[in-house]
Design a protein around this ligand. Sequence first.
Ligand SMILES: [Fe+2]
Ligand SMILES: [Fe+2]
Length: 353
Amino acid sequence: MKDLFWRPISVDSIDPACFPHVALYIKSGGNYVLYKDQERMFTENDQRRLENSFTEFLYVRSGDMEEVNGYLERNLTDMLAREDISGTAKGRILYQTSINFVMDVFESPELAANFERCRKLIRHMMQYVATEEHALEPLQSIVAHNFYIFAHSVQVTALNLLVHEKLFNVSADEMTDVGIGSLLHDFGMIFISDDILDKPDVLSEVEYYKVKQHPQKGYDFLENTGLFSEVALTIVLHHHERFDGNGYPDGIMGSDIPRSAQLSAICDVYSALTTERPYRKPSLPTEALGMMYAAARSGSFNSELFDGFAEIITTLKGVSNQERILLLTQKAPQDYAGETILKRPDPHYLGSF
Ligand SMILES: [Fe+2]
Ligand SMILES: [Fe+2]
């Protein structure tokens, strides 16, 4: 099961000097054919040959992705900074690194035709970001500062774009702004040390206070550059506001929170809950939706938007409409309803509730 799926690796992102020992496959006429086995090194010659035949991607079995992700994490910062790599190639590297995180959100994405749409949106987004200096630089800072924040930001971007596209009639420009805002929504976290971000224990009050400042700090910095649209900046500033006014930094409520920020909040919580962190085991997508359903009903999220979101996520996972209703209404544990989680001052729900 672990090896069931294929994951693309951009040929540009393979550094022959340090790529891990995993088998690489090539796609030929719809089949995956072994390109090199685990024992043989991937050489510069291989890279040249593949480039000459315009082969952009090789594939690995999903069971090998942990090793490949470790490699990408170690190398992405350097690759994005290199001047000998073109913007287009950086876009491919970003896309390829990103798509693995997006796939993680969806469990078995290959089963869902809709996932293709998500894949295309994120590919387009990454290509755009890689060729726009003003968008690439802050993203580079996130990658260099904390890789988890980058992975999480990519998930939020993919979800947010998909949901915006499916629920609303959004122009191409606005989609780009939503994508940029989502990618940079936690930019303010670069001002917070890794010790706090990855701390396995509960944070002190001072640490908690610092983390809660990230939307405002991120907004102030990015706004100051004069390079970002209002839609993008709104997502950065307001992704922790809650529909009932219990969020931060401004505590605004209901329709005072711009729609894009309301949806970003939902995507943000879903990604945070389903991702493993040093202080928390990941929830299954169905568990996360159950918790969020309870939160929506008690006022934290716009229920209408949450229902639209839940429908899209469950469709992507191949859950029928009837199963979805059962999942949302019966599996929401009472403990999670309202008070217990939402108002608990647990900083580790910052990324979530
Ligand atoms: Fe955040
Ligand atoms: Fe976030």
